[in-house]
Design a binder for this molecule. Sequence first.
Ligand code: HEC
Length: 95
Amino acid sequence: MNDKTKRYVNGSALFIGGMLIFLVLSIIGCAPTVPQEQKTGAMLWGENCNRCHNIRTPSEFNDGQWEVAMTHMRTRGNLTANESKKILEFLKIAN
Ligand code: HEC
């Protein structure tokens, strides 16, 4: 191997090593789930509102309609007051 190839090989090893560290860190970073009480309305919406039917996008209903729907879906989905409040806030902001 001449000097040029050696440098090239070292460079790739460094690159692959870096990619591995990045990969491991991103896996570790994803693993711990956010505690339930810290979840945002958008997260709770994404997790809960597609369990029984296709997800309804915020733009499908206006604020008043979402209030009615959420009272109904809170009992259906067995959501806590805080969870349904956050989801409702998200739907109203995003519609
Ligand atoms: C446990 C099952 C279940 C979960 C979880 C659930 N839904 Fe529903 N949803 C239903 C059922 C069943 C209906 C239709 C019958 C009814 O109105 O009860 C419905 C109807 C709806 C409707 C009226 C649909 C229409 O097209 O008129 C909306 C809007 C809705 N859901 C939104 C939501 C949202 C937002 C969430 C998350 C907070 C959610 N649902 C979670 C079961 C569920």
